[in-house]
Design a protein around this ligand. Structure first.
Ligand code: ADP
Ligand code: MG
Length: 309
């Protein structure tokens, strides 16, 4: 193996990556950095530019500007050597319908020097396709085809797996299986780049995420940090919301107080601090609910149709 591949800090990097199709700018100045061993989520609504970005990562689409660096070397349609260490699942896997799942993998195995029958069995087991391995592919459900596609993408022991919306078209059980599989790959030390328009999916499996909208990164960071930046909202039922609101104005971190009938909503302060402060004014809530705005709120705020400056 080429040593320079191993020494690079980021296994996958895009530098000011851009792509226009005529007047449409699909990807604009994208800077992504994926570390070896992490599950990196690439989250954005439909049309955000995810598949175009992945196409450039895999040397399928030539960038209009900027570059993709994979394992320390540049990838272009004319220079794809680094892709030997990558497995990818983009769209429906290209497999032969009249062959069994196992024979499809056998056919692919001819492309690689070190993929033997044992490796094929290992991958069939990993994606839970042992039982159906000898059935013809055209009898498979979408989920089964997708799992076999994953086995095919993993056959040659890639260091990085790029998955473009791998749970599209799957039922909830199939989606959960794919998510579990992704975590398992990560546990085995494989880096995963996962694109998705489903927030809960990336929230559940990813270590870090980049949110993309209209071809641009709107935020990038650890899932925990993105959630942590969000504010706490506390809803209270009190005898006199107006009096409680007046009392709570004195708290330092208050962002917003709203009254609504018998209820009071306070944004920006922890529930303990609210209860302690109200007690000093002899106000005792009869109900209290508290929630952190979650990644969903962040996602919706970041990708809402309003133009951001
Ligand atoms: N080959 C193409 N020709 C013209 N426009 C394209 C082409 N591929 C993608 N686009 C446009 O680029 C934008 C991003 O598309 P895409 O990368 O497929 O987004 P996503 O995968 O996030 O849904 C969309 O506006 C899409 O219509
Ligand atoms: Mg897409």
């Amino acid at each position: 193996m080429d040593r320079q591949f191993v020494s690079s800090e980021f296994i996958l990097e895009t530098r000011n990556l851009s792509k226009s199709f005529g007047a449409v700018t699909a990807v604009h100045n994208l800077n992504l950095r994926v570390r070896a061993g992490e599950v990196f989520g690439f989250l954005g609504p439909n049309g955000a530019g995810k598949t175009t970005t992945i196409g450039m990562m895999l040397g399928l689409i030539a960038p209009s500007a900027g570059e993709v660096r994979l394992l320390g070397t540049a990838v272009t349609p004319a220079h794809t050597a680094a892709l030997r260490q990558v497995g990818a699942l983009v769209g429906t896997p290209a497999l032969l319908p009249y062959l069994s799942g196992r024979d499809n993998l056998r056919l692919l195995a001819h492309l690689y020097a070190d993929v033997n029958q044992a490796r094929i069995d290992e991958m069939l087991a990993l994606v839970k396709m042992n039982d159906a391995a000898d059935r013809k592919l055209h009898t498979y459900s979408t989920g089964m085809k997708q799992r076999l596609g994953l086995a095919a993408a993993l056959l040659h022991r890639p260091r990085l797996v790029v998955l473009d919306e791998p749970t599209n078209g799957l039922d909830p059980a199939g989606m959960r299986e794919v998510r579990q599989l992704i975590r398992q790959l990560a546990d085995d030390g494989i880096t995963v780049f996962l694109s998705s328009h489903l927030l809960h999916e990336v929230e559940q499996v990813c270590d870090r995420i980049a949110v993309i909208n209209k071809g641009q990164i709107v935020t990038q960071g650890a899932v925990m940090d993105l959630v942590g930046q969000t504010q706490q909202t506390v809803k209270l039922r009190v005898a006199s919301p107006a009096n409680a609101a007046t009392a709570l104005q004195a708290l330092d971190d208050v962002v917003e107080i709203q009254t609504n009938g018998a209820y009071l909503q306070v944004i920006g302060v922890a529930p303990e601090a609210i209860v302690a402060h109200l007690a000093q004014h002899s106000i005792y809530p009869s109900e209290l609910t508290s929630r952190h705005s979650d990644l969903e709120d962040v996602f919706l705020a970041l990708t809402s149709s309003e133009e951001k400056v």
